[in-house]
Design a protein around this ligand. Structure first.
Ligand code: CUA
Length: 362
C-alpha cells in the first residue's frame, strides 16, 4: 500500500512536470474566438490528466522492471500467483469513471457555450466546392462573395455549410469539404446533400481583428492541397459596416451588369472565379491559370501542336470543352473539370466565350 502511494505521488509530480513542459510548446494557434477560449482550458486539463496517468504507469512499470529483474542466468524464480483484489478493482474502475464523467460534463458545457448565439444574429452560408469557398450573406440581402469571409469582431455568427449539388459548372457530383479556421477553434464539414440547417452548422464569435487562413480538412480531390486561403477577415465593427455597405452596392451593380453582360453571368454562375483570376469579373482564384492574358499559352499550345484553334476565341472554346488537351504552363493536368461545356446551353457557352475573349488582353 505504501508503495502504491509512492508510485502515485512520484507519478503525479512527473506527470505535472511533463505536462508543463508539453504546454510550454506553443502548439495552439493564437486564440481568435470565444470558441477557442472555451476549448483551450479543456485541452490543457486533459493534457495534465493524461500525463499524470501516463507517468504513474511508467513509474510503476519502471520500478517493477528494476525490482523484479532476472539476477543472473540461473535466476528462474517466478512471482507467487495472485487472485482477485476487490478493493483494487473497485478503485481502478471508479477512477476512470470519475475522469470520464468529469470531462464529459465539462465538454458538454464547452459545446453548449460554443453554440451560444443570438437566434436573430447574422447568418452566413459557407459554400464549399472543388476547390474553394464562397460566402453567402443570408441576413444581409443574400449576396455572395468569392473573395473571402468578412466578419465584425465580437459578434456571434451562424455558419451553415453546404456544397452545391454539382461542382460549379460541371456534371461532376460535388464532394465533401471541411471548413477550418485554426484560430477560431471550430471546424465543420460541408457535406453533399446536407442542407446545413442543423448538422452542418457551426458558430463563431471572433474576438481578434486580423486576417486568418481557412483550410479544407477533407481529402477532396486533386485541388485539396491548394484549398487554403488567407482571406478570413475579422474587422472592427465600423470597418465591417463600411465594407458591408460597399459589398451591397457592388452586389447590386453586379446584378445589373449580369443582366447587361450574359457572359459575365455565366462566368459567375459557373464558379469560374473560384479557380481563375480575371479582372473583368473581379475574380481572384489561384487554382487555375489567370485568364486576363492567355495569348502566351495560346502561342505555346500552337508551338506544341496541342491546339487546332486559329484564334483566341477558338482556344478558349477548346480549353473549356477539352481542358486536358493543353495544360497551361505551371499547372497540373486534371484540375480543370471536364464537362463545363456540356453543362451550358450553346447560347450560354457562346456568351461566355465572347466575354472571355473581350476580357483578355491578348
Ligand atoms: Cu476541399 Cu479538401
Amino acid at each position: 500500500m505504501k508503495r502504491i502511494v509512492q508510485f502515485v505521488v512520484l507519478g503525479t509530480v512527473l506527470g505535472v512536470i511533463l505536462s508543463a513542459l508539453f504546454i510550454a510548446v506553443p502548439w495552439f494557434p493564437t486564440e481568435g474566438s470565444q470558441q477557442s477560449k472555451n476549448n483551450y482550458p479543456l485541452f490543457i486539463a486533459i493534457t495534465y490528466v493524461s500525463f499524470v496517468i501516463f507517468a504513474v504507469v511508467i513509474v510503476a512499470m519502471g520500478y517493477s522492471l528494476w525490482k523484479f529483474r532476472q539476477r543472473g542466468p540461473s535466476d528462474l524464480r517466478d512471482g507467487s500467483p495472485t487472485h482477485g483484489n476487490t478493493l483494487l478493482e473497485i478503485v481502478w474502475t471508479s477512477i476512470p469513471v470519475v475522469i470520464v464523467v468529469f470531462f464529459g460534463v465539462w465538454a458538454a458545457k464547452v459545446l453548449d457555450d460554443n453554440e451560444a448565439h443570438a437566434s436573430n444574429g447574422r447568418v452566413v452560408t459557407v459554400i464549399g466546392y472543388s476547390f474553394g469557398f464562397s460566402y453567402r450573406y443570408n441576413t444581409d440581402g443574400g449576396f455572395t462573395r468569392n473573395d473571402g469571409l468578412y466578419l465584425p469582431v465580437g459578434e456571434s455568427v451562424t455558419l451553415h455549410m453546404i456544397t452545391p449539388l454539382f461542382t460549379p459548372g460541371t456534371k461532376n457530383l460535388e464532394v465533401i469539404h471541411g471548413f477550418w479556421v485554426p484560430e477560431w477553434g471550430v471546424k465543420q464539414d460541408a457535406t453533399p446533400g446536407v442542407i446545413g440547417k442543423t448538422v452542418g452548422t457551426t458558430y463563431v464569435k471572433p474576438t481578434r481583428v486580423g486576417t486568418y487562413q481557412v483550410q479544407c480538412t477533407e481529402l477532396c480531390g486533386s485541388g485539396h492541397g491548394q484549398m487554403f486561403f488567407k482571406n478570413i477577415h475579422v474587422m472592427t465593427p465600423s470597418a465591417f459596416e463600411s465594407w458591408l455597405t460597399k459589398a451591397k452596392a457592388e452586389a447590386a451593380k453586379e446584378a445589373e451588369a449580369s443582366k447587361a453582360n450574359p457572359g459575365l453571368a455565366v462566368f459567375n454562375d459557373s464558379g469560374c472565379g473560384g479557380c481563375h483570376t480575371l479582372a473583368a469579373a473581379k475574380a481572384t482564384g489561384k487554382t487555375g491559370p489567370p485568364l486576363d492574358d492567355v495569348s502566351a499559352d495560346f502561342a505555346r499550345a500552337k508551338a506544341q501542336g496541342k491546339t487546332s484553334a486559329t484564334d483566341l476565341a477558338g482556344f478558349y472554346k477548346e480549353s473549356i470543352a477539352d481542358p486536358n488537351k493543353y495544360i497551361a504552363k505551371g499547372y497540373a493536368p486534371g484540375v480543370m473539370p471536364n464537362g463545363f461545356a456540356d453543362n451550358l446551353s450553346p447560347k450560354q457557352f457562346d456568351a461566355l466565350i465572347a466575354f472571355l475573349t473581350k476580357g483578355a488582353k491578348g
